[in-house]
Design a protein around this ligand. Structure first.
Ligand SMILES: *[C@@H]1O[C@H](CO)[C@@H](O)[C@H](O)[C@H]1NC(C)=O
Ligand SMILES: *[C@@H]1O[C@H](CO)[C@@H](O)[C@H](O)[C@H]1NC(C)=O
Ligand SMILES: *[C@@H]1O[C@H](CO)[C@@H](O)[C@H](O)[C@H]1NC(C)=O
Length: 313
């Protein structure tokens, strides 16, 4: 939404007065419509219940907590994959936290005394799986190509060597301005980054932290082990199927204090125009993360099976 506004305004800036005013007016109206559609606007009306939101995605929206498990989730937070799923977990397992915003630091959940023991792990840093916690694992995955694009544009997320080189700080949160290399999206830095974070999801599913080292191709054994752990996990969600993932979680582990906030988009991309540019550069270079693609496909299979089983479609 912001991107469309920004682009239209830039294009409109060369126009004469009235035409420009009209354009800006249209942009504002469109903006207001999409604001209320996303539930942010004041005139959005009564928020929908999770059952109402999930109704188109399941044959039986009234059925929740079908596993009858009191899950104490262990979150495997793969970078750039469903950060805000912590809101869903918070609402389901600790309604006492009273989450009312689609973006929230997990600290805020954990600071609520009642929530402390509800989670085996719910931290923000991207630590690897503790292998003994596999059966409690909750993880979201997304297409590896999109993950790389998103991380590249987010200050070389998880690539320490590039962060040091281009921002002079080892962590993205201390890297204050997006370096020009990011915004110019040149092929060398894009490929260097893609290689740096290659196999990241596979490595994390084998217990490595995202910031441990510059990543190298995982071994076939590690790929198989990662895929197997996705079969054993408590929950595997798919970022591209956000709402269905939230509905599946509800169907499997209960609704708790879930509201429409669990379905909201919290962090719209800051550089949407650059995304397509980076995507094209990676495609032109034939970049393909074999390990993470295999693991992503294992996740898709698991998700499909669970959806069929718990949502009925
Ligand atoms: C997900 O659900 C929310 C809440 O109903 C809705 O605003 C949003 O448009 C849905 N997203 C998609 C991609 O359908
Ligand atoms: C799901 O069911 C289990 C077993 O009855 C229960 O302990 C747990 O609290 C339920 N989960 C939610 C979110 O209601
Ligand atoms: C499909 O899902 C059901 C329910 O979770 C599970 O019992 C079954 O083992 C799964 N099958 C496969 C092949 O993953």
């Amino acid at each position: 939404m912001w991107s469309a506004t920004a682009t239209t305004r830039t294009r409109a800036s060369g126009d004469g007065g009235p035409a420009r005013l009209l354009l800006v007016g249209v942009v504002m109206v469109v903006g207001a419509i999409s604001l209320s559609a996303s539930g942010v606007g004041v005139a959005a009306g009564k928020p929908k219940t999770p059952a109402e939101i999930c109704a188109p995605m399941t044959t039986h929206p009234e059925r929740v907590n079908q596993t009858q498990r009191a899950l104490r989730p262990f979150w495997l937070h793969v970078p750039k994959c469903g950060t805000t799923f912590s809101v869903t977990m918070g609402q389901v397992h600790c309604p006492e936290a009273r989450i009312t915003e689609p973006v929230i630091s997990t600290n805020k959940i954990l600071k609520t005394p009642a929530c402390k023991n509800r989670f085996a792990r719910l931290t923000d840093p991207h630590d690897g799986l503790v292998l003994s916690e596999t059966k409690r694992m909750v993880v979201m995955l997304r297409d590896p190509l999109d993950r790389v694009i998103s991380g590249y544009l987010h200050k070389f997320h998880d690539c320490k060597s590039m962060q040091l080189k281009y921002c002079g700080a080892a962590y993205w949160d201390r890297c204050n301005t997006p370096p020009p290399q990011v915004l110019n999206s040149n092929p060398d830095t894009v490929l260097q980054y893609a290689k740096c974070v290659q196999g990241l999801a596979t490595h994390m599913l084998n217990g490595h932290h995202s910031r441990d080292r510059n990543f190298q191709a995982p071994t076939p054994h590690e790929v198989l082990a990662a895929a197997k752990r996705l079969q054993e996990a408590a929950f595997v969600g798919i970022q591209e199927e956000w709402n269905k993932s939230v509905c599946l979680y509800r169907a499997m582990f209960g609704e708790g204090g879930m509201t429409d906030v669990s379905f909201g988009v919290a962090r719209p991309s800051k550089y949407p125009e650059n995304k397509n540019k980076v995507r094209k550069l990676l495609k032109d270079a034939d970049w393909f993360d074999t390990a993470d693609n295999l693991v992503y496909h294992a996740a898709l299979e698991r998700f499909k099976n669970d959806s069929l089983h718990f949502l009925g479609e």
